[in-house]
Design a protein around this ligand. Structure first.
Ligand SMILES: [Ca+2]
Length: 413
């Protein structure tokens, strides 16, 4: 999983400037999703939904677990995670990358079903010094802080390859959430700038106008490293027995470029640019080469899908639905309504229709209705023309909100 990678940020999704031959090859040899969405429009909520198979609202993580203000909260240990369920199904589980579901050691991934963890728990770190934006050193080996020298994208890839090689003869689940292309903007050859105990949000040593070039390099390095992962699977002769799934955790950020083209909006917004993101599935011999799907899939659907593929029944109470038949038969998902909520904005998707409601304290709520089939860029608001549909979707949204909102939120914003 990439971090803040926008819908138009890789070659097979239309980028003309960023070259991603390895991801493009996975898409041409496997399945490309046109309508895949992150559950959240920002990091922690998507990760909460991905790992629990439930709407993030239901598990109390609706906002970002920030380095500055939320150092004591985390995903409830009582939640059954994807890693715990796969472990129960006989899989060795490893995670190398960004957790962002709690800073304290008690919320560490090894307490949520992962046999091994290396990486960081904050939303972002210096790619070299591995220090978060509040000045805390943040590179873990399971529950112990332990540094390793190198560029984080390469280190995480090395850990992943090592994990594959050690476990190639048994069932394994590898979760590899990269930092790319989240800030701080650092390519392979930009020196570390964050120091322990020093708060620093951005790399002030680089010129603003050099950031698009660094952004491009960061994604191209990730692509190169994904190529190394694929080679490791092929060298271990397990590529035909391994499903590889690639996605992003939310849309691209506003500041540097037009990463979400042709979509409207950015990370943290509920226009498509905030949550419709690239996704690719690759499984030689199982997923026919060159398959494209228009089925609407969310992050929370991955948990039940993997359990399903492992030959087990997903635990009860998940919001996600298995898309195994989409992967293997290019099948269809059942009709369903899908929901997003962040800050004062909420949205429902039903078929081609999407309703967005922005709550305002002073004026009337702003209501927008789009037909995504005709208007993917969400330009033509049809709310005034389709009042019955607005009412119907609004009722579904209200019902969902009542159902999922926890009495005590761990983190709402
Ligand atoms: Ca993110």
């Amino acid at each position: 999983m990439a971090d803040d990678l926008g819908y138009g940020d890789i070659g097979c999704y239309g980028s003309q400037t960023i070259h991603t031959p390895n991801l493009d090859r996975l898409a041409s040899e496997g399945m490309k999703f046109n309508d895949y969405h992150s559950n959240g429009a920002v990091c922690s909520p998507t990760r909460a939904a991905l790992i629990t198979g439930k709407y993030q609202q239901r598990v109390g993580i609706e906002g970002v677990i920030t380095a500055a203000h939320h150092r004591n909260v985390g995903l409830d240990l009582k939640e059954i995670t994807m890693a715990e369920a796969l472990k129960k199904a006989g899989y060795i589980t490893g995670m190398f990358g960004k957790w962002h579901l709690g800073y304290p050691e008690k919320y560490n991934p090894v307490h949520q079903g992962f046999d091994e963890f290396r990486g960081y728990v904050a939303g972002n770190i210096d790619y070299f010094s591995h220090i978060d934006q509040e000045g805390y050193f943040d590179w873990w080996k399971n529950t112990v802080l332990e540094d390793d020298k190198g560029y984080s994208t390469d280190l995480l890839t090395n850990y992943g390859i090592d994990f594959i090689n050690r476990h190639k003869n048994e069932p394994f689940f590898l979760y590899l959430p990269y930092e790319v292309p989240h800030y701080p903007y650092q390519g392979r050859h930009i020196k570390p700038f964050r120091k322990v105990g020093v708060k620093a949000a951005h790399n002030k040593t680089i010129q603003e106008d050099s950031i698009p070039g660094i952004y491009k390099e960061m994604i191209e390095v990730m692509d190169e490293d994904i190529g190394r992962i694929i080679r490791a699977l092929k060298n271990a002769h397990i590529s035909e027995n391994t499903l590889v799934f690639f996605c992003s955790d939310n849309g691209g950020v506003k500041k540097y470029g037009k990463h979400n083209k042709p979509l409207r909006g950015w990370k943290a917004q509920l226009y498509e640019g905030g949550h419709r993101v690239p996704a690719i599935a690759w499984w030689p011999g199982k997923i026919p080469a060159g398959t494209r799907t228009d089925e609407t899939i969310l992050s929370m659907d991955i948990f039940p899908t993997l359990i399903n593929i492992a030959g087990r029944t997903p635990p009860e109470g998940l919001d996600g639905i298995s898309f195994k038949n989409v992967l293997l038969q290019n099948g269809n998902m059942p009709d369903r309504s899908l929901f997003w909520r962040f800050h004062h904005v909420k949205a429902i998707r039903h078929g081609d229709w999407k309703l967005i409601i922005q709550e305002t304290k002073t004026a009337q709520n702003k209501i927008e209705l789009y037909n995504l089939k005709d208007d993917l860029s969400e330009i033509n608001n049809l709310a005034d023309k389709k009042t019955d549909l607005v009412i119907m979707l609004q009722e579904k949204l209200n019902k969902w909100e009542k159902e999922v909102t926890k009495e005590v939120m761990i983190l709402s914003q």
